[in-house]
Design a protein around this ligand. Structure first.
Ligand code: GLV
Ligand code: MG
Length: 343
């Protein structure tokens, strides 16, 4: 059986396979823009350096009539802009659409040297990644592109979630995965109408108190706790990504005005292991940059534990709490992230 590495074989005989390293510095905010929207596109050069990733979106949210304009707009912006420390990504159309082949055959020769990552929507299984991987290899070889473009898959179908581990391991180009809560909700036939975030109906109610006659007083006031609709999928995605050494991301949070709930949702994802998220509006960039960076207090505490643990083995007491080899490893994750973000 062919392994994922075989799919990455260079086409040019004798040429070494250059590998574009997954950047050690994880991207906290992937800021989406519509390249067919001239007003939005004009703001892009000024955003360079303010956000880790600028992503020219060609898929959903771009009208069918504007697909060509979006593709051409992205080429124009990419050719005219020096992205400096900011990565340039695109989200291509899905593999079952009439536009995806033209997306790839236009973008790779025109701006392949500048494109860091291609986000592929509605990925169902390893076969989708193999197809994109093979096509990219051919287009890169033809255009003489020296650094392979990386692939990021959106997890937004039930089948994709079921196949998440094989998707992560399908190609050395795999950079990461994002949750696509809107499409995933539809595909799963969830009864929601939102883009990401929680739902007031998805809750757990405190047990009823006992009435004087020993029965349950179901009419008494009781606290309810809203649950996170996305916990299971994010946890599953994080495990698959960690297993394959690629990055997990939250996805879109559609209620732009509700910055408080947005921050909560992003923080849950950060605590569960995600490295970043999407930004659909400039105000979400600030939230993502803050939430997906370890706090000053967390870094201070982590460094204290590292110092107290000496050679890294055994157990010590700090502020009445036991720290050991395993809590040290968690602290090292935070310290390493802080250092990568500061670099
Ligand atoms: C994103 O593409 C989503 O469907 O949530
Ligand atoms: Mg989607």
């Amino acid at each position: 059986m062919r392994s994922a590495k075989d799919f990455f074989a260079p086409l040019a005989v004798g040429a070494p396979t250059p590998v574009r390293e997954i950047p050690a510095r994880p991207s906290r905010a992937i800021h989406f823009f519509d390249p067919s929207n001239e007003k939005m596109a004009a703001k892009i050069p000024a955003m360079v350096g303010t956000v880790d990733v600028l992503l020219g979106n060609l898929e959903d949210a771009v009208k069918a009539d504007n697909k060509v304009a979006a593709r051409e707009g992205l080429v124009r912006i990419a050719q005219a802009t020096d992205f400096g420390p900011t990565q340039l990504w695109t989200r291509i159309n899905s593999l079952d659409s009439p536009w995806v082949l033209d997306d790839l055959t236009t973008l790779v020769p025109a701006i392949g040297e500048k494109l860091d990552v291609i986000m592929v929507p509605k990925v169902q299984g390893a076969e989708d990644i193999h197809y994109i991987d093979r096509l990219l290899a051919q287009l890169e070889a033809k255009a003489g592109i020296t650094k392979p473009i990386l692939i990021h898959a959106i997890l937004e179908t039930a089948r994709g979630v079921a196949n998440v581990e094989e998707i992560c391991g399908a190609s050395p180009r795999m950079q990461g995965l994002s949750l696509g809560p809107a499409d995933l909700a539809a595909d799963r036939k969830m009864k929601t109408t939102r883009v990401g975030g929680g739902h007031p109906g998805y809750l757990v109610r405190q047990d009823p108190p006992r009435a004087a006659d020993g029965t349950n007083d179901i009419n008494a006031a009781r606290t309810t706790y809203q649950q996170d609709l996305w916990h299971y999928t994010i946890a599953k995605m994080v495990d698959a990504c960690a297993m394959h050494g690629i990055y997990p991301y939250y996805g879109p949070f559609g209620d732009i005005a509700d910055v408080v709930a947005c921050e909560d949702q992003f923080r849950n994802a950060f605590l569960l292991g995600c490295v970043g998220t999407w930004s659909l509006h400039p105000k979400q960039i600030e939230i993502a940059n803050r939430v997906f960076s370890p706090s000053v207090e967390d870094i201070k505490h982590a460094r204290r534990v590292v110092a107290a643990m000496g050679d890294g083995t055994g157990a010590v007491m700090l502020d009445g709490k036991m720290e050991d080899d395993a809590s040290l490893k968690q602290c090292l994750v935070l310290v390493a992230l802080a250092e990568q973000l500061a670099a």
